[in-house]
Design a protein around this ligand. Structure first.
Ligand code: HEM
Length: 488
């Protein structure tokens, strides 16, 4: 088991890892001991130097027991504890006050600098690595495409792509590998709709490069031949080579007026300017293209895969969702067969199922920050330069915020009663809150719409377990058996 954990997250032989660990660990251990004596640190274990508790945490994640791993330590040490993961000493901060502290912290206390792995793969100019003024500018470029006012003009494009892809995938086939299909579909929709890249050969090439880069993100940053990390660096180089000519072409099209500045995210980036504003360089655009692909791909593919998983297992929910979608079709007037923004906004029950699914099984388990100054929380010292890890599971499963938390109940999101701040956090909160939630909503609802109005499905392996890889997926890729069900 330990071997398979090492191989999935490192892509390297355990023997090589042990050798590297022994050489580097003693030095780091002594350094660490020396630096932090005298600080009032919370309880917890730093585990082995360099590796820390990464293996134990990642192993729990693979078994979908990450929440138990956290909860055991919360029970032992309280809502804040120390550990060592993904190459750095780390504070895990849980609970509503902890979430408020992390999500409310500004740049002078905490940065959303990701683990070294993302910084290297996505590049030095990627959103979460930028100084605040530049961060705000680049994010503005992303938001100008992702906000509802802009996104609504892309619903029909997204709908056509999803419908065509679904018909292609299910043609003459009654079993579909749902996870791989959702990953491919999400990537294709992102290339075409988010980034305005529709050349099939380029999309295929980018897809295989990104598959390698995604693995590198959740690896331990050891630059040795054969590691996932080193393969990720090579994949980044190939991605840069493919995107540069696309940027050049879009510059020309914007200049001659054949491309609108709101056509896609790259066009939005290229249109950033004005008095005293330094336009984005090609490298800034590439790094943020990679960053956005990493931020959007697995998360959005995960939500639609998990919806398919849930609907295969719960006939009552499937029937209620199908009813909602057939009623939308029944109300449609005119001959246009593509979905509209108004129709997507009628899919309220379907979205409340997705929200409840993200409460019980959040796509993102949590995320990292780095302290940028010595600070304190709950009476403990948090020294500068440590990683901070926030997690969703502790508040999502807290009966003080969600009555009967282990029951799957979409109606809690239909109720008028507001959910207390910083307790329901599948999209985070505060300054770094997800800006792609509307895009993810529209894409997921469109996929579910075409699936439920055309098919019923069941799991080929009903006993299939959920494993975090690091996002939660059915462990054998969710093969589903489809039965055609024409819209009534
Ligand atoms: C179900 C799908 C998604 C989930 C669950 C999700 C989750 C999250 C979470 C939890 C964060 C906050 C991270 C933190 O505070 O540490 C985040 C940030 C972010 N997400 Fe998403 N996301 C999803 C889809 C997307 C999509 C589709 C896009 C883009 C099209 C996107 C773009 C971003 C960006 C750019 C940030 C960083 C914002 C910032 O740092 O200011 N996400 N996402």
């Amino acid at each position: 088991m330990v071997n398979s954990v090492l191989e999935s997250f490192l892509g390297m032989s355990p023997l090589v890892l042990v050798a590297v660990t022994i050489v580097s660990s003693l030095f780091l251990y002594l350094l660490f001991k020396k630096d932090y004596r005298g600080y009032n640190l919370p309880g917890g274990s730093l585990g082995f130097p360099l590796i820390g508790e990464s293996i134990s945490f990642l192993r729990a994640q693979l078994q979908d027991r990450g929440d138990e791993w956290i909860h055991e330590r919360v029970l032992k040490h309280g809502p804040v504890f120390k550990t060592h993961m993904m190459g750095s000493p780390t504070f895990v901060i849980t609970g509503q006050p902890g979430n408020k502290f992390v999500f409310g912290a500004d740049y002078d206390i905490m940065s959303a600098k990701p683990p070294k792995t993302l910084a290297i793969v996505a590049g030095e100019y990627s959103l979460s690595d930028l100084p605040k003024p530049r961060y705000l500018l680049v994010k503005q470029g992303m938001v100008s495409f992702l906000k509802a006012e802009s996104l609504q003009h892309h619903v029909k494009h997204m709908d056509r792509l999803i419908k065509a892809s679904l018909l292609r995938e299910t043609k003459d086939r009654d079993v579909v590998q749902a996870v791989q299909f959702m990953k491919n579909l999400t990537f294709e929709v992102a290339c075409c709709v988010l980034f305005g890249v529709d050349d099939e050969v380029i999309i295929k090439g980018l897809m295989s490069d990104f598959a390698v880069a995604f693995k590198a993100f959740w690896s331990i940053p050891i630059n040795l031949p054969g590691t996932n990390y080193t393969r990720g660096l090579a994949a980044r180089k190939r991605i840069v080579e493919k995107i540069l000519p696309i940027i050049q072409k879009k510059k020309e099209e914007l200049a001659n007026g054949t491309l609108s500045p709101r056509n896609d995210v790259i066009a939005c980036f290229l249109s950033i300017g004005g008095e005293n504003v330094v336009p984005l360089s090609d490298l800034e655009i590439i790094d943020n293209f990679i960053f956005l692909m990493i931020a959007s791909h697995d998360t959005a593919a995960n939500l639609s895969s998990m919806m398919i998983w849930k609907l295969a297992r719960d006939k009552q929910i499937y029937n209620k969702i199908r009813e909602e979608h057939l009623s939308i079709l029944a109300q449609r007037q005119g001959g246009d067969e593509t979905l509209t923004w108004v129709e997507v906004n009628k899919m309220k029950y379907t979205w409340s199922v997705a929200q409840e699914l993200m409460r019980v099984i959040p796509p993102l388990f949590g995320n990292f920050r780095t302290t940028t100054a010595d600070t304190s929380f709950a009476g403990y010292d948090l020294p500068k330069g440590w990683q901070v890890f926030w997690v969703a599971c502790e508040t999502h499963m807290d009966k003080n915020f969600f009555e009967d938390p282990t029951t799957f109940d979409p109606s809690r999101f239909e109720a008028k009663k507001p959910i207390p701040p910083c307790t329901y956090i599948p999209f985070g909160a505060g300054m770094h809150q997800c800006i792609g939630n509307e895009y993810a909503r529209v894409k997921t609802l469109t996929i579910v719409h075409h699936l439920v109005t055309r098919f019923e499905w069941s799991q080929v392996n009903p006993e299939e377990k959920i494993a975090r890889q690091p996002l939660p997926y059915p462990s054998t890729g969710l093969p589903i058996k489809l039965t055609s069900k024409a819209a009534e």
